[in-house]
Design a protein around this ligand. Sequence first.
Ligand SMILES: Nc1ncnc2c1ncn2[C@@H]1O[C@H](COP(=O)(O)OP(=O)(O)OP(=O)(O)O)[C@@H](O)[C@H]1O
Ligand SMILES: [Mg+2]
Length: 317
Amino acid sequence: MAEPFLNAWLAKRDRPQVVVLGNEKGGSGKTTVAIHLAFGLAAAGVRVGTIDLDGRQGTFSRFVDNRRRYTLNEQDAARMFFTDHRRITLSRNAQEDKAGDEKLVQLVTALDSLSHCQYVVVDTPGSDHILCRAAHVLADNLITPLNSSFLDLDALVRVDREANQISGPSAYSEMVLYMSEARGEFGADPIDWLVVTNRIPNVPTRVHRDVIGVLRKLSERLHFSFLPSLHERVIFRELFLKGLTVLDTNRHETSTPQTLAAANSAREEVEALVDGVLAHGPLKKLAADRAEDRRHRQPTRKRKSAISFENFNPTGR
Ligand SMILES: Nc1ncnc2c1ncn2[C@@H]1O[C@H](COP(=O)(O)OP(=O)(O)OP(=O)(O)O)[C@@H](O)[C@H]1O
Ligand SMILES: [Mg+2]
């Protein structure tokens, strides 16, 4: 029933770039990355729509509510960036297929109403199969945040650690590859799959290095590339209740030198992530201009953060 719309959407020439945050493993950082990416793109001057598919938790939508509430009390709120936000609500229909249809209609309506945007960022729940599958087929860019542990790697592949072998793709990876192919039938490019390692330990660990080594090998087999990583930083959690991102911290919440330093590092990471995503879409020039601009603004500053896989050689240890 929603299929004709999804097909027509994929066949459209002039439509927003759809970026989907996906990983069946819960708690990997989908919402955190979705929030920072969406508001980071908005801060870069991009017209951004956001869709929260997670009707049960609704974390992204609560963030948006918190942000709106915050702006009521703050003078410089007028300078804060917003996205055009839509949320998919839970269905009251007890019949699973009908409830699924209802949610698909909501997704289609939401997407249609965001046609004026340049980017639409979609946050998915770990589990809702119908909505998640629909979102994945729509994904021009799929971003999968992963924590650097073998447990998290399990979301992509089955790893036999004893034999030091990968025994096959996970059900999630198979779904992504299948959806990527399905897009081709409607004349759309395959999914551009981007992995971001999240919550990188601040003190390097052996497990982290091993996980990165495996991921590098996997990137060829599963056809994904890497975005700049995010470190484990308390500040990513702290600002949620105020509806702020680390990109707002140059104006807010930086009372001590320590919080200022943490906010600066986190902001650099997020900006690198935003540019990484832009470089994989239709606004590549904007990414290049922003990177150039930052180089001019901070000529002597040493970049400690924004460590990406590109700098890491797993065979060199
Ligand atoms: N880089 C980070 N540093 C510190 N905490 C983080 C970081 N990324 C995410 N978190 C925290 O980890 C928890 C899970 O993150 P998040 O809600 O973004 O994951 P999720 O994949 O959306 O989860 P779910 O599958 O339940 O929707 C949250 O408490 C979040 O604040
Ligand atoms: Mg979430």
